[in-house]
Design a protein around this ligand. Sequence first.
Ligand code: XMP
Length: 517
Amino acid sequence: TVLVVDFGAQYAQLIARRVREARVFSEIVPSDMPVAEMLAKNPAAIILSGGPSSVYAEGAPSLDASLFEAGVPVFGMCYGFQLMATALGGTVDNSGAREYGRTELSVSKPASTLFEGTPAEQQVWMSHGDACSAAPAGFDVTASTSVVPVAAFENDDKKLYGVQYHPEVLHSTHGQQVLEHFLYRGAGIEPNWTTGNVIDEQVEEIRARVGTKRAICGLSGGVDSAVAAALVQRAIGSQLTCVYVDHGLMRKGETEQVEKDFVAATGVQLKVVDAADRFLDALAGVSDPEQKRKIIGREFIRVFEQAQAEIVAENAADGADVAFLVQGTLYPDVVESGGGTGTANIKSHHNVGGLPEDLEFELIEPLRKLFKDEVRAVGQELGLPEEIVQRQPFPGPGLGIRIVGEVTRERLDLLREADAIAREELTAAGLDRQIWQCPVVLLADVRSVGVQGDGRTYGHPIVLRPVSSEDAMTADWSRLPYETLERISTRITNEVADVNRVVLDVTSKPPGTIEWE
Ligand code: XMP
């Protein structure tokens, strides 16, 4: 494994993903983990991430210099690079030599371990206030910029490497190559990690853990719970029961997808709870988004717990103990809930941070170490249908938070139709992989005048919100082809009663969130 030491501000996750894209397993550790503990994990290499601090700031995270004496190859990036420089006797000044954004890097040692085979001039992404003016003794300076004399250095004998920029971001055009040079050439690691190993390893582990007991899994219709369930099903077969709560806020065809396609692909035992009436009753008269979210969350837990209790009781009658609950927790959830430092507590995910204390189940979280794209690869290998594996994110509260105004059955039907048309046309145009997701929102509290046929109409607008993103933390509005937008607009206004206008949301996140509520 390669350890990525997290100095905060979201960089570590991206680095860990890039390492895995290089087919090497990676794990994020907090920067306050003692060096001895890091070394006890027997890492093949260690990467020091960037971070928001200046190495001179009070309370800035630091690192015990003994790390560099342990004989483990180390690669420092940005803040990690500066820490390495100061720890080993180089000079870092906060002289105002700052750089932000795209920068031209000049490689001065083309035969160096990191840069061999990459262009002499390359674009990199910089984000720093301090700058290294002298490399530590024994290090070769391998690149510079017009502002920074020491933008990269290496000591090949000691297997220590560093760059001032962020090789993990796509704006650094040769960043992945440089990272791979470190892993393969610098640290001598064989790239052989695949998601296939994960399946075998997890199946074996889950079988051993569960033994003859039973497990329950809640299916949301999303990728994560589906893949987690399929993986556990592979391991323990009919000892697993899945529960699907139909809250009536799903999109067109989604419940059927779970009921038919998922069951057909996995052979899983499924209990479907039709709770649409209950949710709609609870939502009657409510327009406030936060209140809607709370109501949906609360009802969901109640319905799910009841189904859970029923399954436990049925099995107890047969003398079987339901002892495990399967959850589709992903690695970013684990890291963001406190698995790392600096980035902690951005969101407290209810499936990690907020478990009830009297939890009577043990958790099985087979995707705990995986990123989203890896989960998709696992799902594919398990033979799940493409429509499930490649599903774009869809919020738990479903269409309930895509109707601005009160949620009613009629409005849901209307939005479901409009959403289905948008999805159909985006798929037909081959745009699914290009966008992160495209919420379709009904402005139920807004009316505008239109003309259709010979008559005046007074209908509702539908908003299209296509976005591109890597992790939903930030997003940009997608530049969709006009022809596709036109087809969606024409079809929605023709085919969906009461809608006489389609508008496009051209706001990035921030300032707008992806969802409207
Ligand atoms: P926002 O609207 O905050 O959304 O930019 C970021 C991402 O999270 C999804 N989302 C949710 N997912 N439960 C979920 O499981 C929720 O309550 C929820 N709210 C937003 C949203 O679709 C986007 O992908």
